[in-house]
Design a protein around this ligand. Structure first.
Ligand SMILES: NC(=O)c1ccc[n+]([C@@H]2O[C@H](COP(=O)([O-])OP(=O)(O)OC[C@H]3O[C@@H](n4cnc5c(N)ncnc54)[C@H](OP(=O)(O)O)[C@@H]3O)[C@@H](O)[C@H]2O)c1
Length: 337
């Protein structure tokens, strides 16, 4: 069967299309999934371009949408023909995070093989059902970006209607968070480097927008837009280069979901201001299988559908990553086959 492989030490020009062994029939507790789509995340880009070292011939991509082809002995939750979506942490069924989810050693497309291929045989618990009526491309956006936004706002944030939310940029996590926040009756302030993207975000319901290039002190602007109060929640995807402004933007007693590293992996933090804000700074990595099931139920109940910027065939995975690198996208980039 066809697969795309990352060749050590990584590099988009070294992604290799290969013919690899079919995984065969599912054993007890396993399912065989015909994979049809994956969506791109910054983490997948880092694995592919060597920013995160991985073993030679690793199959990349954490996200997958596909159809169950066969089930092994003892599998009762799926049957052939069921549409499914992959889990980022296959060994995290539910509850609070624990040791094994503090790294990516069990994550498909990083510590173990991922889903840039035609078929996978995995434990049934490595997947959940997909939302009814969704395409595989749409479902593949749930695993990483969608679930991260859900956990930030709902699981960790306890988002309530009427709360205010600050979102940074218009990538996969932020646009999923925009949709969740609006569906739940929150007020959204969103930043972007592009006025065109800000207009698209307003079309999706963003209440206030800020161009972070034109307004580098956007934390103060968020304070102005909230009558000097600050926002209840920040979905912090920038990291080192944005955290200080996010701390300025958050309200006293507010919540910052620390998610991303788009601007680097370490930097200065205004600790005295963070203390004065009495804000909760909560690091997180994606979520549990139960969180994914809860998110899928919310997606079905609200009718939210993901924003897909562009779709590529599997052979053009490198081109899809190059599109992501230029940050020209709005929402998710998907590869479909
Ligand atoms: N912890 C987790 O569980 C988790 C899960 C998913 C993602 N992440 C992390 O979250 C980050 C975002 O992931 P993603 O998949 O959404 O990435 P993405 O789709 O590649 O997002 C790229 C967008 O981020 C925005 N951006 C870049 N620099 C920015 C800045 N200085 N200020 C504000 N926005 C900026 C840009 O938006 P504009 O073009 O609009 O300016 C850019 O288009 C990454 O660091 C990723 O590793 C973490």
């Amino acid at each position: 069967m066809k697969a795309i492989l990352v060749r050590a030490p990584g590099g988009l020009d070294r992604l290799e299309a290969a013919d690899i062994a079919d995984p065969g029939a599912p054993g007890p507790g396993q399912i065989r999934v015909a994979l049809h789509a994956t969506s791109l995340n910054y983490h997948d880009l880092m694995v592919a371009n060597g920013g995160i070292p991985t073993q030679d011939r690793r199959i990349p991509m954490s996200d997958a949408g596909g159809t169950v082809e066969a089930v092994g002995a003892g599998v009762t939750q799926f049957k052939p023909g069921d549409p499914v979506v992959s889990c980022f942490f296959p060994k995290w069924p539910a509850g609070r995070p624990f040791g094994a989810v503090g790294n990516f050693r069990g994550t498909p497309g990083d510590g173990i093989d991922g889903y840039a291929t035609q078929f996978a045989v995995r434990a049934a618990t490595d997947f959940t059902r997909a939302p009814q009526g969704w395409s595989h491309a749409e479902a593949s956006t749930i695993t990483t970006a969608g679930l991260t936004a859900w956990r930030a706002l709902v699981v960790d944030g306890g988002l309530k209607p009427g709360a205010s939310v600050l979102l940074l940029g218009t990538g996969g996590v932020s646009i999923a968070a925009l949709q969740i926040a609006k569906a739940m009756g929150a007020r959204v302030i969103l930043t972007s480097s592009s006025d065109d993207k800000l207009a698209r975000a307003r079309d999706l319901g963003a209440d206030e927008t800020i161009n972070y290039r034109q307004t580098p002190e956007w934390g103060a602007r968020v304070q102005e837009l909230t009558g000097g109060e600050g926002v209840d929640h920040v979905v912090e995807v920038g990291g080192a280069g944005t955290l200080a402004q996010s701390i300025r933007a958050v309200r006293v007693g507010g919540h910052i979901a620390l998610i991303g590293v788009l601007t680097g992996r370490q930097g200065d933090v205004p600790t005295a201001l963070l203390m004065a804000r009495q804000a909760r700074l909560q690091g997180l990595i994606v979520g549990s299988r139960q969180d994914q099931l809860d998110y899928i139920a919310a997606l079905e109940a609200t009718g939210m559908r993901p924003v897909i910027d562009r779709t590529y065939p599997l052979d053009e995975l490198a081109a899809a990553f190059r599109h992501q690198e230029t940050a020209g996208h709005f929402g998710k980039i998907v590869v479909e086959w």
